[in-house]
Design a protein around this ligand. Structure first.
Ligand SMILES: [Zn+2]
Length: 100
């Protein structure tokens, strides 16, 4: 859990799919990992462009949804960064379509 990049893993498959809504990541809004232009690594976070879920990459680069407890355990700066990306997602993602 976290935002470290100490253990690089191979580039994420472009077929990574949101576990919540099934939306396929297409690179339109890759959020946090684009700050330095690096590839996606285990434990990197992203926001689903469609349902706004906070997703965490696993070692095999599939994604799982972050739980509320996990979110609450993040440093305040990271929580704020994720909320900011969600806000941008709601405003600008052409895919944004929350189901709940
Ligand atoms: Zn989704």
């Amino acid at each position: 859990m976290g935002f470290t990049r100490k253990n690089p893993t191979p580039p994420a498959s472009q077929n990574a799919v949101c576990p919540k809504c099934g939306h396929a990541r297409d690179g339109a809004l890759d959020s946090l990992q684009t700050d330095s232009g690096e590839e996606v690594h285990k434990d990197d976070c992203t926001i689903c462009a469609k349902c706004d879920a906070i997703l965490i990459f696993q070692s095999d680069l599939t994604m799982v949804e972050m739980t509320q407890d996990e979110f609450d355990g993040l440093p305040a700066d990271n929580q704020e960064a994720l909320r900011h990306v969600q806000e941008l997602n709601r405003k600008y993602s052409p895919f944004y379509s929350p189901s709940s």
